[in-house]
Design a protein around this ligand. Structure first.
Ligand SMILES: Cc1ncc(COP(=O)(O)OP(=O)(O)O)c(N)n1
Ligand SMILES: Cc1ncsc1CCOP(=O)(O)O
Ligand SMILES: [Mg+2]
Length: 540
């Protein structure tokens, strides 16, 4: 049987492994359970099986695949693929060179190649459309299934670089599957985030081994995976994600919701910020808890209206930070991420990149340096930047904020004399092979908030970190019908207004601290956004 290449469905691509079978299951029972419940492509991957046994297994798996009209791919072994007339092969960078594989298999067979970096895409593009039909993009996340991986996990951002390379080198024919450590807790985020920068391409499929092969109930595991992959909305927080333009009325509603829901705001933050952040949170009618205890994050995340502020100035162990992200993502509670000093040291860069790979954030906030670095628009591109005067290149900062929002499918906030907020959530919409329908970062909703300069804000500790407390309170206090973008914009507007008000009332930095908390408290409880001094305008 020859499968027309354009008919291959890459959406749920099972790769077998008979070394992880649960008791009472066989290679065939797991494969059949997968095929019955939505697996669309099968690869038999038996790294330690003798050729004779491999051929026997492959022939038996081939029979089952034919029953469900699903193509069978052979891993590594071109000879076995030819011997049983399989539908194709998958080879890696260390396996037989692609041109030789193609010469042996002929033009109609499916050839897959493992790709981990853009330069490998450049190579396949040079070979042209008659060589590689699809690529396995990975390893996305850590996995025990592939022994001695040559490279460390690339995460969704690494996959984006590969998708960008496919667009850059115009390899339009080439399909893509993500692979490596893919499970229900990260599949939707991968589908949502792994989109080429030009919005024209996303992954065509999810490829996995252990989630099905090691499942005691492979039917149920596959049903769950199928349902997840077919979902077109990634509802990573239980509030509204649809596009909005915040108004005094909508922000008033946000504050009413926060006031009545009294969110629990778990701060994992630096020591300098802890006390002030707790007081800011209390001033906003919310309930702070400064806990870094890994064993309680799951319980805290399940408290109604729980919200996590993750400020990586914290010295909490990486495993605790990951557990906190997992716990809040698991129950669709919002995480506000503040990558403090994002690139100041290799340690912080590695920590922040790891956390950015590891979870979905409702909001990522940073100062201009942090946002520019996250957007890969380094500082020296900023024209007329002068910390003292605060003269920033607004267009560049807005663009950087949109890029960060797009890359992480989140609400991005860039703070400075002017604050920029961009909505990259696409309303949660996401779908394999669809990209963002060509919508790019510069097409994202972006607003600018200004209120004149407030130099004294820089003379106290934790003023920036405490905007994080404010955002975390607002997004945590939303009803399910509340809007995420409204909440983040409302928080920044309130904070900017309170900063200005406090600066007119204080005698110096000491009293500014107190006046800032008073101003936040007063403005919050008055809840009259129409009177706030900070202004909001659309930036694009
Ligand atoms: C779909 C898919 N993607 C990647 C791989 C890995 O192939 P390779 O790099 O050759 O490593 P081994 O699988 O041979 O260990 C794959 N098999 N399938
Ligand atoms: C074959 C392969 N190639 C890169 S990761 C991997 C194994 C993925 O297995 P799992 O889905 O169990 O993480
Ligand atoms: Mg291989």
């Amino acid at each position: 049987m020859v499968f027309a290449k354009e008919d291959v469905n890459y959406s749920l691509y099972l790769v077998t492994d008979s070394t992880m079978l649960p008791p009472g299951t066989t290679l065939y029972s797991q494969v059949e359970a997968g095929l019955k419940n939505g697996v669309t492509l099968v690869q038999i991957r038996e790294k330690d099986t003798e050729t004779g046994s491999f051929i026997e297994e492959a022939l038996d798996v081939q029979k089952i695949c034919k029953k469900y009209n699903v193509p069978l791919i052979i891993n590594d072994r071109i000879d076995v693929a030819m011997a049983i007339d399989a539908d194709g092969v998958h080879v890696g960078q260390q396996d037989m060179p692609i041109p030789m594989v193609r010469k042996l298999l002929g033009p109609s067979k499916i050839i897959g190649w493992s790709v981990g970096k853009p330069s490998e895409v450049e190579t396949l593009a040079k070979w042209g459309p008659d060589m590689v039909d699809y690529i396995g993009v990975g390893t996305l996340f850590p996995t025990l299934t592939k022994k001695n991986p040559k490279k460390s996990p690339m995460g969704p951002q690494g996959a984006i670089a590969v998708l960008d390379a496919l667009e850059e080198y115009k390899a339009s024919w080439c399909r893509t599957v993500g692979i490596g450590g893919l499970h229900p807790d990260n599949i939707q985020r991968v589908i949502s985030q792994c989109v080429a920068t030009n919005g024209k391409r996303s992954l065509d499929g999810i490829s996995l081994v252990s989630d099905i092969m090691a499942a005691p109930d492979a039917c149920a595991a596959t049903v769950r995976l199928r349902e997840m992959i077919d979902r077109t909305k990634y509802q990573f927080v239980d509030c509204e994600l649809n596009e909005s333009f915040p108004t005094a009325v909508s922000i008033k509603s946000v504050i009413s919701q926060v006031s009545s829901n009294r969110p629990l705001v778990q701060h994992v933050t630096n020591k300098v910020h802890q006390n002030f952040g707790a007081n800011v949170t209390l001033a906003l009618g919310s309930s702070p808890i400064m806990s870094e205890i890994q064993s309680e994050v799951s319980e805290l995340a399940r408290i109604p209206n729980a919200s996590l502020l993750l400020n990586t100035g914290s010295v909490a162990p990486i495993e605790m930070l990951k557990a906190a992200i997992n716990a809040y993502n698991e129950v669709n509670r919002p995480i506000t991420f503040d990558p403090v000093g994002y690139s100041a040291t290799e340690t912080r860069l590695c920590l922040n990149n790891t956390l950015l790979t590891y979870g979905q954030f409702a909001c990522i906030k940073g100062n201009s340096s942090e946002i520019l670095f996250l957007a890969k628009l380094n500082n020296d591109k900023m024209k007329g930047v002068d910390a003292g005067s605060g003269k920033n290149d607004d267009a560049l900062l807005a663009r950087a904020t949109q890029i960060v929002a797009f890359k992480y499918k989140t609400i991005a906030v860039c703070t400075g004399e002017h604050d920029f907020i961009a909505d990259g959530t696409f309303g949660g919409e996401c779908k394999l092979s669809s990209g963002t329908a060509g919508v790019t970062a510069e097409g994202l909703p972006c607003v600018m908030i200004e209120n004149g300069s407030i130099p004294i804000m820089g003379d106290i500790t934790a003023s920036g970190c405490s905007l994080g407390s404010t955002i975390a309170s607002f997004v945590g206090g939303l009803d399910p019908t509340g809007n995420l973008f409204d909440a983040v914009v409302g928080a920044v507007l309130l904070y900017k207004t309170a900063g200005k008000l406090a600066s007119t009332r204080c005698q110096g930095s000491g009293s500014f601290h107190v006046q800032l908390i008073d101003a936040l408290y007063q403005l919050f409880h008055e809840n009259k956004p129409e009177k706030w001094s900070a202004s909001l305008k659309k930036f694009n």
